[in-house]
Write a protein that binds this ligand. Structure first.
Ligand code: F6P
Length: 341
């Protein structure tokens, strides 16, 4: 069997660990050969390939990014997209695809498997918002990076008696903000699932200053104020219709200064959260996903995604992963609220 592998969407620490594991098990245990498709769905769409064997995957376990490259190309938005992918897979002699990605990449994988192509998905996103899996790899690394930043911000905030607003990634789901805020001892955590009340936020800030401490606020890039309470901005849209986010921390800082008279500064962690080496947890999870994806393809499975449930890696229908985003439940947010103010 000849198997194609691609990585799509925002990159994420652990992608190379998955690629290495799929290839190692696929070649050495099952006797298959591999081809890499470059830059997400752009690869199969335009026939962009690269050699992918045990040789190419040596030494990549701890490396951030993806040796295959990535993009946010949406096959479904391109004329004859599905047919072009089918033709290019045939030309490359590819019998099955392993697609490593988040909601968008796996959404395309779902549509292609329904169109009769053999596709197995691997869940990736630092946002941890894919359904049907307890965790996605990359999330633990992103949280660790954010916590290290928050720890550092605490000390400088105390020295200058300032409020510091830390903006972390998370377009629709606040998992990174929730976990890094809890682990980093934030005084306010704002997530997309719960539009915030700016008056309440300012009250928490003032309470914290009254206790002679400087507040640290962790805010997801996708967090929004309750309607009509604060002006926000909108940006460019990508091929999956997502607005380019960034900037809520600055707006929030300005508003806090205006309302409380205390100095407030913003720090945007941005792509630092996605770069560099994966944590040990993410390396293990990514490796296990890769091994199980190789088994799924070998057994002729299609339209499935490997997923973590408890401590087991299982296979779930691709559709279950992309039907609904896994957002932060109310009760999880309420646990964190005990520490606000
Ligand atoms: O999907 C993962 C993610 O990191 C989101 O948290 C973030 O909104 C988005 O990607 C940023 O994408 P880009 O790097 O394309 O701007």
């Amino acid at each position: 069997m000849r198997i194609g592998v691609l990585t799509g969407g925002g990159d994420c620490p652990g992608l190379n660990a998955v690629i290495r594991a799929v290839v190692r098990k696929g070649v050495e245990v099952h006797g298959h050969e591999f081809v890499g498709f470059r830059d997400g769905w752009k690869g199969p769409l335009e026939g962009l390939t690269m050699p992918l064997g045990v040789e190419q995957t040596r030494g990549i376990l701890p490396r951030g990014g993806t040796i295959l490259g990535s993009s946010r190309t949406n096959v479904m938005k391109v004329d004859n997209g599905v047919e072009r992918v089918r033709e290019n897979l045939e030309k490359a002699g590819v019998d099955a695809l392993v697609a490593i990605g988040g909601e968008d990449t796996l959404g395309v994988a779902t549509a292609l498997s329904k169109a009769g192509l053999t596709v197995v998905g691997v869940p990736k996103t630092i946002d941890n918002d894919l359904g049907a899996t307890d965790y996605t790899f990359g999330f633990d690394t992103a949280v660790q990076i954010a916590v290290e930043a928050i720890d550092r911000l605490h000390t400088t905030a105390e020295s200058h008696h300032r409020a510091l607003v830390v903006e972390v990634m998370g377009r629709h789901a606040g998992w990174i903000a929730l976990h890094s805020g809890l682990a980093g001892g934030a005084n306010v955590i704002l997530i997309p699932e719960r539009p915030f009340d700016i008056e309440k936020v300012c009250a928490y800030v003032e309470q914290r200053f009254e206790k002679q401490y400087s507040p640290i606020l962790v805010v997801s890039e996708g967090a929004t104020p309750k309607e009509g309470t604060m002006t926000t901005q909108s940006g460019e849209v990508d091929s999956f219709g997502h607005v380019r986010l960034g900037g809520i921390s600055q707006l929030l800082g300005d508003e806090i200064e205006r309302r409380t008279g205390k100095e407030a500064r913003a720090t945007v962690l941005g792509h630092i959260q996605r770069g560099g080496t994966p944590t040990a947890y993410d390396r293990v999870l990514a490796t296990r996903f890769g091994l199980h994806a190789a088994d799924a393809v070998h057994e002729g499975d299609s339209g499935v995604m490997v997923a973590l449930q408890g401590t087991d890696i299982v296979r779930v229908p691709l559709e279950d992963a992309t039907r609904e985003l896994k957002t932060v439940p109310v009760e999880r947010y309420e646990e964190a609220e005990v520490f606000f103010g």
